[in-house]
Design a protein around this ligand. Structure first.
Ligand code: NAP
Length: 283
């Protein structure tokens, strides 16, 4: 079997085109252009690259962006102060704080400082709580939302599927598990203390690999015909690879390319969340 590709690049482009049309219509009707404010603290080349790509996608659909760069020694209080300014700025629709932040910064204080209405990452506990409880009105975090969208567009049946998520971070693993559960998959979450990871992955109709460990998931750990989503962005010899070993495409039924799978979808979901954030304030 050769797996069908869950093409994140193509799906993301369709989503961006759709938002571009909507933004164009709003602007033509005299409404303000949405704006995404981004914040980077410190010098991290990968963060700078990610934020540049996010701003580029925003620009492509007619969403303005505003770039804030703070030095590494910025304190939690200074960062929270800037977030307060952006919360009060009428022209800003959404605020993105690129992670990782320097370790001296209190991430919780930063996350709760963002006005939930302008929280385009879905990390504020108010929004995350709504998503966890399956209630309307929350903000779905970008990577998990992109994963569900990719599965749906690929025709993968989620309801009733046995889904295994490898990774339990607040950004990827945990919210992905919650979104799969909301869609009535039977979900297992694996992590570093999981005994016999293969015993779980081998039974997964849907496998989401988000451990950040190159070659963790080998082809003998895949159930034939499974939908496999490779989230991780590991750098090996200056090249991005995921968590999958060679030959997984021979066993899986569906597979995300990496790169070109979850990454573009994450950015498309950020753009969508920014547009939705603008709509929440100014319908
Ligand atoms: P993270 O915070 O480091 O979490 C990694 C998770 O994987 C942890 O829960 C960890 O378990 C688990 N894990 C690590 N090694 C494992 C092993 N050998 N067996 C089982 N579980 C293992 O990372 P993250 O922020 O969730 O991101 C995960 C990956 O996705 C990274 O490579 C990141 O770069 C990538 N990512 C990609 C996108 C995208 O748009 N494509 C977006 C976000 C993240 P413990 O909890 O027990 O430590």
């Amino acid at each position: 079997m050769t797996a069908r590709l869950l093409d994140g690049k193509a799906a993301a482009q369709q989503i961006l085109d759709d938002i571009a049309t909507k933004v164009g219509a709003r602007v033509a009707a005299g409404k303000p252009r949405p704006k995404l404010a981004t914040i980077i603290v410190g010098e991290n080349p990968a963060s700078a690259l990610y934020v540049r790509s996010k701003q580029k996608n925003a620009r492509q659909v007619g969403i303005d962006s505003e770039d804030h760069r703070l030095p590494t020694e910025t304190s939690t209080e200074q960062l929270v102060e800037l977030i307060g300014v952006l919360n009060r700025d009428e022209s800003v629709s959404g605020i993105l704080i690129q992670q990782p932040l320097p370790t001296h910064i209190d991430l919780f204080q930063v996350v709760i400082a963002v006005d939930p209405v302008k929280d385009v990452d879905g990390f504020h506990p108010f929004n995350a709580g709504l998503v966890a409880q399956g209630l309307p009105g929350g903000v779905q975090p970008c990577t998990p939302a992109g994963i569900i969208e990719l599965l749906d567009r690929g025709g993968v049946r989620i309801e009733g599927a046995s889904a295994v998520v490898v990774g339990r971070s607040n950004i990827v693993g945990k919210p992905t598990a919650l979104l799969l559960l909301k869609r009535s998959a039977t979900v297992t979450v694996c992590h570093t203390r999981t005994k016999n990871l293969a015993a779980f992955t081998k039974n997964a109709d849907i496998l989401v690999a988000a451990a950040g460990k190159a070659n963790l998931i080998t082809k003998d750990m895949i159930k034939p015909g499974a939908a496999v989503v490779d989230v991780s962005a590991n750098r090996v010899d200056n090249t991005q690879i995921g968590d999958l070993g060679p030959g997984v495409e021979e066993v899986a039924g569906w597979l995300t390319p990496n790169p070109g799978g979850v990454g573009p979808m994450t950015r498309a979901m950020l753009v969508r969340n920014t547009y939705d954030a603008e709509l929440r304030r100014r319908p």
